[in-house]
Design a binder for this molecule. Structure first.
Ligand code: KG4
Ligand code: ZN
Length: 342
């Protein structure tokens, strides 16, 4: 039951290949979470085709929003504000959500709050966990981004490190394609790795400079491609499950080691993860073990809130809204929006 002090945010997300809408109460309680995935449409092409993504968003956005309100049992009039992802992401895809949100805000006379997609991923940690709050160190690993952050408050982030080339999810997707596992690669490699030997092939762990919290995954990706080419030239069979497990082990060793080091450096006892790659079974397991060993608590959203969804956007929108942040009807999509930028 809602009281008049409750704040209901309608979140809208369309930055890549998921059209999503959600109603979230007080930034934490998910009343509905509708996600229309385009994975099946893009699989044929081996990756997201931006033009097709935009068209699919247009086809789906109205019913996705209607379903989110219906499932939440909430009328448009009861919504306090509309939060929408305006970057980073594919510009044509972002524009569909932004235009829809602006039209709704104008027609309903409701406040509009533009949300940074990466900030949304981080806020997935607040969903359904009333206890979790900043400060903490967060590892944000998705298809387009890899960041190590010190989260000072709900909307103040210090970037400790970021990828210098491929994002972690991008490396997963490229390696999966090379071993013929298709798109999206993350979940396929996650499953295949369970059947393989993670010590079968020694792939490089790139830690960069001693003091750096940055990541680099392109060397690892090249090492996998070189391994595959060499085997092909020698006419030798490869074991895709061993390649998947060994590649994944190399990625996870670096992600977990740098996260633990960052938490020690900042002197915090709380660690969080976010983004599509944080739904990875082995990454969750290893990070949990290392956090336990070091006396850190670990917060990771349920897998459905790790990959793209609108509940995380509504949650981030809530924290912006209570801070007084409002966007004008001139809000535009910003495909290269940086974290902390408005
Ligand atoms: O956060 P997300 O849904 O979208 C972006 O903002 O990019 O992340 C998608 C990425 C893709 O690269 C996908 O392969 C990866 O997350 N991913 C995974 C898993 N599930 C999704 N990577 C590893 N293991 C998984 N289980
Ligand atoms: Zn995302």
């Amino acid at each position: 039951m809602e009281t008049k002090d409750d704040i209901l945010i309608l979140g809208i997300e369309s930055s890549c290949d998921e059209t999503a809408a959600s109603v979230v109460k007080n930034g934490r309680i998910v009343m509905s979470n509708i996600i229309s995935s385009q994975i099946a449409v893009h699989t044929v092409y081996g990756g997201v085709v931006p033009e097709i993504a935009s068209r699919k968003h247009i086809e789906n956005i109205d019913w996705v929003i209607d379903s989110a309100l219906k499932e939440a049992g909430v009328a448009f009039s009861e919504i306090d504000a509309i939060a929408v992802t305006y970057g980073p992401g594919l510009v044509g895809a972002l524009l569909v959500g932004v235009s829809e949100a602006k039209a709704l805000a104008y027609a309903l006379g409701k406040p509009l709050v533009g949300v940074n997609h990466i900030e949304g991923h981080i806020c997935a940690n607040y969903i359904q966990d009333p206890e979790f709050e900043p400060p903490y160190v967060a590892l944000v690993v998705s298809g387009g981004h890899s960041h190590l952050l010190y989260v000072k408050s709900y909307s103040d982030f210090e970037i400790l490190g970021r990828t210098r080339d491929d994002a972690a999810g991008e490396a997963y997707d490229k390696v999966a394609r090379a071993i013929g596992m298709g798109y999206p690669g993350g979940p396929k490699i996650d499953a295949a790795a369970k059947l393989g030997d993670s010590k079968a092939i020694e792939f490089p762990r790139v830690f960069l400079e001693e003091e750096s919290f940055d990541f680099s995954f392109s060397g690892l990706k090249s090492a996998v491609l070189n391994y595959l080419n060499k085997k092909k030239m020698l006419g030798e069979e490869i074991n895709p499950n061993d390649v998947a497990a060994s590649f994944q082990n190399a990625v996870i060793d670096v992600l977990t080691a740098k996260t633990i080091k960052a938490a020690k450096y900042k002197g915090v006892k709380k660690v969080a993860m976010a983004g599509g790659v944080s739904s990875n079974t082995e990454l969750r397991k290893k990070m949990r073990i290392l956090c336990d060993e070091n006396g850190f608590s670990l917060n990771v959203p349920e897998p459905v809130f790790c990959t793209d969804n609108a509940a995380m956007i509504a949650s981030a929108g809530y924290y912006e809204y209570i801070k007084g942040a409002r966007s004008g009807l001139d809000l535009n999509a910003n495909p290269n929006l940086k974290l902390g930028e408005r």
